[in-house]
Write a protein that binds this ligand. Structure first.
Ligand code: CA
Length: 389
């Protein structure tokens, strides 16, 4: 048996006289030859196609994405940038998305309306900014003492969460997708120490969503401000406390220059999901491959953001403490316990007059009970175990 390579193809030749020509051997021989020829010619075709892009279609798309974040802001602001990059790469440039930071095209808190009304095709933000329009949207970002990032992704993609989110945004002609996650946030920056719940009385704090209502009931005055207005508001005394995200993002904004105490844990935002919203009418004009690419690009950007925070938060925290002498504090357990009780009351009132919010709350809490039950003996038990001396 010898191998020869005529015209670039490997072929097998046999000296038949050396072997018995049984029927089975002939069959094996012929199949072997066919396999080699198909493999070789197939390989040649693939190598030619490797040179080209597989994305098909000649029509190109130029879409606009508005965001609630400063342009290119580390972490949060990279969600939309990564998404646009992935879409560009996967469509071989057939679809270009121009990303605008907060205030460049529309104000930060004007993103929902701009996409809903079709002024732009895409938006990136946090759904809980829109609780005034869609009460249930609170659950798709985070609720106090709720799901972590890992658990949110489980609920959204395998626990019925996405279907409910789509239903909630349907009246606004919007399709939502998860587009990033911050992981567990920090409780925030305070100009005064918090030793008991009474220290919250009269406190003016930037804290959005349901947690803002919890703080209000605890005696604070709360406001929702976009990220780019927090620093000035702290500096000028418009607020005397603010929560934003966590060390990696908070360092960038420089909150340590205008407040003394940095409190944890982020009881109010244990794993905030960020959103990509798509104008449904615009989405329906797309060919199927671009529709699929948009969904997978979002999923990728969703995970990418969490990875970045996981990798960078501790370095930023170390810099805040060692270089900027930030006073890191844990909220006392007694305060957290009282905040938890208030959260339960606030939650019941929050959903009372809104059937959709009740429906989402039911799904969310049922999923939470199950996942907490398992995470008690898996994630939590392991993290506790890792701390054992
Ligand atoms: Ca936050």
């Amino acid at each position: 048996m010898t191998l020869v390579k005529p015209n670039g193809l490997w072929l097998l030749t046999l000296n038949y006289n050396k072997y018995k020509r049984t029927y089975e051997m002939q069959k094996i021989f012929i199949l072997g030859i066919l396999f080699l020829i198909i493999s070789c010619s197939g390989g040649q075709e693939t190598s030619q196609e490797d040179e080209a892009c597989f994305s098909t279609g000649s029509k190109t798309y130029q879409w606009t994405m508005v965001t609630t974040w400063p342009k290119n802001f580390p972490g949060l602001g990279m969600g939309p940038e990564n998404f646009a990059k992935y879409v560009d790469e996967m469509t071989c440039g057939r679809m270009k998305i121009k990303v605008y930071g907060a205030g460049e095209f529309v104000p930060a808190l004007g993103v929902f309306d701009a996409v809903s009304q079709g002024n732009v095709q895409l938006g990136h933000g946090a759904s809980y900014y829109w609780t005034g329009k869609v009460k249930s949207s609170q659950f798709f970002t985070a609720v106090p003492f709720g799901l972590t990032a890992q658990e949110m992704n489980g609920w959204l993609h395998y626990g019925g969460g996405m279907e409910l989110w789509e239903e909630a945004y349907e009246p606004f002609n919007l399709i939502p997708l998860a587009g990033g996650n911050s992981g567990v946030q920090m409780a925030g920056w305070f100009k005064r120490e918090i030793n008991s719940l009474s220290d919250l009385k009269g406190l003016k704090m930037r804290i959005p969503g349901l947690a803002g209502e919890v703080f209000t009931r605890a005696g604070a005055e709360t406001v929702t401000l976009p990220g780019n207005e927090i620093f000035l508001s702290l500096q000028q005394g418009v607020v005397d406390a603010a929560e934003w995200v966590g060390p990696y993002n908070d360092l960038t904004f420089g909150f340590h220059q205008v407040s003394d105490y940095y409190y944890y844990p982020g009881w109010h935002e244990p794993g905030s999901t960020l959103e990509i919203i798509i104008n449904k009418t615009a989405f329906e004009t797309l060919p199927d491959d671009l529709k699929a690419i948009i969904k997978y690009a979002a999923k990728s950007a969703n995970q990418e953001m969490l990875d970045e925070y996981t990798a960078r938060n501790n370095k930023a925290l170390t810099e805040l403490i060692e270089k900027h002498n930030v006073d890191l504090r844990k909220l006392p357990d007694s305060v957290l316990s009282e905040l938890k009780s208030i959260t339960d009351e606030v939650m019941q009132d929050f959903i009372a007059d809104d059937p959709m919010a009740q429906k989402v709350y039911k799904s969310y809490t049922e999923f939470k009970e199950e996942v907490v039950n398992y995470h008690r003996i898996s994630e939590k038990a392991y993290i506790d175990t890792r701390e054992i001396d």
